[in-house]
Design a protein around this ligand. Structure first.
Ligand code: AMP
Length: 114
């Protein structure tokens, strides 16, 4: 697996505005926010994308998504709603090969995505 900017953020070699962290995940603000609230959630145990993550045990995968929901709630987005995005591969628009869930909120989202 090649080194990514998120590896550097995990190792604290690159600064990030961290909004939540625990033994399993790190959540930090996107450097180029696409909504008033735009936070990325990554697992500390690196995995490149959703398909690789899906090969891990169901409890690990499930806990990650429980944390994504809990972080969105902590960000105050439960009442208004929000969007969670996972991009995979070129057509999915994935630019960083380290699994990350985008939490986007603070405005009404459009559909379909571009
Ligand atoms: P994706 O296109 O799904 O791979 O998303 C990668 C995201 O990482 C983009 O939304 C970028 O704006 C964001 N990003 C890139 N570099 C940084 C950084 N140093 N700190 C925070 N977010 C970043």
């Amino acid at each position: 697996m090649s080194e990514t900017i998120f590896d550097k953020i995990i190792r604290q070699q690159l600064p990030a505005e961290i909004v939540y962290e625990d033994e399993a995940v790190l959540a930090f603000r996107d450097i180029s926010p696409q909504a008033p609230i735009h936070v990325l959630v990554i697992p500390r145990q690196k995995v490149e994308h959703l398909e690789a993550f899906a090969k891990e045990d169901a409890a690990t995968v499930g806990r990650f998504f429980q944390k994504v929901a809990a972080i969105a709630q902590k960000l105050g987005l439960s009442t208004t709603g929000y969007r969670v995005v996972l991009n995979q591969g070129n057509h999915g628009g994935q630019t960083v090969a380290y699994l990350h869930a985008h939490i986007l909120g603070g405005r009404e989202m459009q559909w379909p995505p571009g």
